[in-house]
Ligand binder design. Structure first.
Ligand SMILES: C[S@@+](CC[C@H](N)C(=O)[O-])C[C@H]1O[C@@H](n2cnc3c(N)ncnc32)[C@H](O)[C@@H]1O
Length: 405
């Protein structure tokens, strides 16, 4: 049997991490993971918020099209893509308690306007407490993910006050039935901390016209949650919520795919947000949302940059766009060898040219379609290791041949 591609380990200062258990090829799928819970990112009431006009299945979050079956819950009106999805939901994500909770929260929020993040927190808590009802073992998995509450610290008072608000709302409007682990403010705070560090945003369908694509749902993926962040990642995630459903595969499965080759033992990291963000914004998001200071190779280089240098690096990408992505393919082989080489080789390159890792990454792995900012990864190699030379974007879903990049 083939050695698994990745395994979990502990790395000092980074917690649990995923590392390559053997040399990995660009395009290799190193993980397929199914969510333990999914919840809608849409507000209970829709004015004042930018969201597309799409409707999504309340169970699997695929887009409901005019051709979809017209299936909705007779109590709350939630829509489903098929009768089969509704039937799955009634035993899992849409139990009678979850259905009643959503009705009561919708009534509450239509009379009391509250910010979107509080509405989404309430949706998450309904999903999480519903998970405790239907699958105590998956609920334990949720509790085993990173994220805790520091009871001595007052520094995160915003999180505390929103947890107090959503907990008392659920307690008064839709308390869950008795749970093995109980239902109290401490547990709510812990759950919200897990959600903050581990939820993946699953985006609305891509459109070049839409600069501000919103999240359609959030998902907790138990194994994908062990990937740490790097601002120049060597892997990226793909989701296919709108893919046609086939037997044996689920549209809610997430895959993590290698962007380029890496040697055995190397940590595999994804980026927690689009890679085009500038250094100050990346640092702020990582510190505010994930509680750490990033000192990856890219951040080390960019820490000393002036604003014009930051703008310059974005120009590398714009230049590529102007050229229609042509003309740089000759760099690939030479640089691939460098990327696979030892870290000290990389360091020498960086000393010679601070722009090296960025220029390389932006030219080869960033999608240049308008308003996309997705990451390109090669398609998975065939069983005998042959690569097709095609790259797929994890945001717009577009394809490019390597010699176009
Ligand atoms: C989704 S979890 C990743 C897995 C996590 N390390 C664990 O032990 O479960 C996100 C958390 O991992 C840690 N982390 C992720 N990337 C990191 C990095 N580049 N440096 C340090 N810590 C990181 C942070 O604590 C962050 O809040």
């Amino acid at each position: 049997m083939e050695t698994p591609a990745v395994g979990m380990t502990e790395i000092q200062g980074r917690g649990r991490a995923m590392v390559a258990l053997r040399p990995l090829k660009g395009g290799e799928i190193v993980l397929r993971d199914s969510p333990i819970l999914l919840y809608s990112a849409l507000p209970f009431h829709s004015d004042n918020h930018h969201h597309g006009s799409n409707t999504y299945c309340s169970n699997c979050f695929t887009t409901i099209t005019p051709q979809s079956q017209n299936v909705s819950c007779s109590s709350c009106g939630c829509r489903f893509c098929t009768l089969a999805c509704q039937s799955t939901a009634s035993a899992t994500s849409h139990t009678p308690w979850a259905c009643q909770a959503l009705i009561r929260l919708r009534n509450y929020f239509s009379g009391h306007r509250q910010p979107l993040d509080l509405q989404i927190q309430a949706r998450f808590l309904v999903s999480a407490y519903n998970l405790a009802l239907i699958s105590p073992s998956k609920f334990q998995t949720l509790l085993s993910l990173q994220g805790s509450v520091d009871s001595d610290s007052n520094s995160d008072s915003d999180s505390n006050s929103s947890a107090n608000f959503t907990h008392s709302l659920i307690s008064s409007v839709c308390p869950p039935p008795p749970l093995e682990l109980g239902f109290d403010l401490e547990l709510t705070r812990v759950l919200l901390a897990k959600d903050k560090l581990n939820a993946f945003g699953l985006m609305e369908p891509f459109s070049e016209q839409n600069e501000d694509r919103s999240v359609r749902s959030y998902g907790i993926y138990p194994v994908a949650s062990f990937f740490n962040h790097d601002c120049l990642p060597n892997a990226c995630r793909f989701d296919y919520l709108d893919a046609a459903k086939t037997s044996g595969s689920s549209n809610t499965e997430m895959t993590i795919r290698m962007i380029h080759d890496v040697p055995q033992g190397r940590e595999i990291c994804v980026s927690y947000f689009p890679v085009n963000l500038k250094y100050p914004e990346r640092q702020k998001r990582l510190s505010d949302d994930y509680g750490f200071v990033c000192d990856c190779d890219r951040c080390k280089v960019e820490a000393g940059w002036s604003e014009s240098e930051e703008d310059g690096v974005n120009m590398v990408h714009m230049d590529n766009e102007d050229e229609g992505g042509d003309g740089e393919a000759g760099m690939d082989e030479e640089i691939d060898e460098q990327m696979e080489g030892e870290d000290d080789v990389m360091m020498k390159e960086e000393e010679e040219d601070d722009c090296f890792p960025h220029a390389y990454f932006f030219l080869n792995y960033m999608c240049d379609r308008k308003n996309c900012w997705g990451t390109l990864a090669p398609l998975a190699p065939s069983a005998n290791g042959i690569t097709s030379g095609r790259m797929e974007c994890n945001v717009c879903g577009g394809f490019k041949d390597l010699d176009q990049v």
